[in-house]
Design a protein around this ligand. Structure first.
Ligand SMILES: [Ca+2]
Ligand SMILES: [Ca+2]
Ligand SMILES: [Ca+2]
Length: 446
């Protein structure tokens, strides 16, 4: 090992005195933490979807156009206006839709539920309140109303596909595979095009007769949800999903799907089928809800009400825990910003340190990941995994790529490759505390 160290450190021989007192640092590292990612044998559905194991780091979830329903949304706007902008009543927004495809960071489809004969659905409910309504632009901005009793976000894996947008059923059956606490709605607005008081401008319904004759305002908006995982089925979401973001684009009138008759309005207390959806259609016996009220011409300040429903397009991404050396070595398709054939020396700025005649000089990043042994080799593979973690937009990592790139030279400069490798190994397995100390040190000396 010492011989190898010298070959790598050709250019920094003069600084070897820094090694004093760090003899422990080059001990070979055992790597007991890597198996953490290998979750298998869990009960639950048996998805014929190896791709799903990669979803969290791969991917963007693209959901099919679906329906969103803001129960009390128009009433809240009316209350806001009639109170002179002082009343900010809470209402509840529900959405439900079906997964179209999982795509990787290149935009390529990595999983197609329909082609696999399965269905993945999402249902959610969350509180909102009007932050500010601007009559000059017909734009309403919403704040998150956290912690409503009917707040939920659930993803289902269903081997008997049955989700029906018109009926609003089949969105919370099968097996619940992910549950999350909605933690923020950092951005939500809706803008009516034209004068909402001048009357409704477009038919709400398409093929369904259920909303026949119901008119709607014309408009569009965006809502972003942030949520943190509270339950994960490890046989589908094999990677620890920490958090997620849903970007919901809504508009009226509906133009590619029909409004839903019912919505899931309650959280599922278990992991199988969830509670039956609540009907919002004509004749449901819900006061104030029905033809002429939903989006239609009501008596309320020209905005209709008390509820409003939209067609929505939803995409979402997941933030996952860092991945270890083995994962990145076996998932080169998920690398972002770096290629397996990239030079290790060039990537980490080590050309002046590495002996050009040694095998280190020609080592690729993939070869670096596959090194065995401690000290230099441990640093090479852990720094490469750390770099890939830091570079991936869906990985929650404690360091930037710039910091990781600077670490190997720093580690050799201070004679502690084994120690830095250990801190990176811990960080690559979700324990960043030691790395954060090293980064403070790095920051101090550079
Ligand atoms: Ca089903
Ligand atoms: Ca279903
Ligand atoms: Ca919450």
């Amino acid at each position: 090992m010492r011989k190898e160290l010298f070959s790598w450190m050709k250019a920094i021989r003069g600084r070897l005195h820094h090694r004093g007192g760090n003899s422990h640092a080059t001990k070979p590292l055992c790597e007991p933490l890597e198996p953490r990612m290998l979750l298998s044998g869990s009960p639950g559905p048996a998805p014929a979807v190896d791709a799903v194991q990669d979803i969290a780091t791969a991917a963007v979830f693209e959901w099919l156009p679906g329906a969103t329903y803001s129960q009390g949304g128009s009433q809240a706007l009316d209350d806001y206006f009639t109170s002179g902008g002082t009343v900010h009543n809470e209402f509840t927004t529900y959405f439900q839709t079906k997964l179209a495809a999982i795509k990787d960071t290149n935009g390529d489809v990595v999983f197609d539920p329909a082609a696999n004969g399965v269905e993945v659905t999402v249902v959610a409910g969350f509180g909102e309140k009007i932050a500010f309504a601007d009559p000059a632009t017909n734009t309403v901005y919403f704040d998150f109303a956290d912690g409503q009793p009917n707040e939920f976000l659930e993803i289902y894996f269903d081997t008997t596909p049955d989700a029906d947008t018109v009926a609003g059923t089949g969105f919370n059956d099968g097996t619940l595979v992910l549950r999350a606490d909605i933690t923020d709605v950092p951005y939500s607005f809706f803008q009516v095009v034209g004068d909402p008081a001048a009357g409704d401008v477009a038919p709400l319904n398409l093929a369904s007769p259920d909303f026949a004759g119901v008119l709607t305002v014309l408009g569009g908006g965006t809502t972003t949800l942030e949520a943190e995982t509270t339950y994960r089925n490890a046989s589908v979401f094999k990677i620890p999903v920490l958090s997620m973001r849903f970007d919901i684009t809504s508009h009226t009138p509906f133009d590619t799907v029909t409004p839903s008759d019912s919505f899931v309005t309650m959280a599922n207390p278990g992991t199988g089928d969830g509670p039956s959806p609540t009907s919002f259609n004509v004749g449901a016996g819900i006061p104030g809800v029905g033809v002429g009220f939903i989006n239609g011409a009501g008596s309320l300040s020209g905005v209709g009400g008390p509820d409003i429903t939209f067609q929505s397009e939803v995409v979402n991404t997941f933030i996952v825990a860092p991945r270890g050396v083995g994962f990145w070595a076996n998932h080169t398709n998920l690398w972002v910003g770096f290629d397996p054939d990239d030079s290790f020396a060039a990537t980490f700025g080590l050309e002046d340190i590495i002996n050009p005649n040694s095998s280190w000089a020609s080592m690729t990043l993939l070869e670096a990941l596959n090194t065995n042994g401690g000290g230099n080799k441990a640093l090479a593979r852990q720094a490469t995994a750390a770099l890939l973690n830091a570079a991936h937009p869906n990985v929650d990592y404690a360091a930037t790529t710039e910091q990781i790139i600077a670490l190997p030279a720093f580690a050799y400069d201070y004679g502690m490759p084994g120690f830095v490798a250990l801190t990176l190994q811990l960080a690559n397995n979700g324990q960043p505390a030691a790395l954060l100390v090293v980064l403070q040190w790095l920051d101090f000396v550079t």
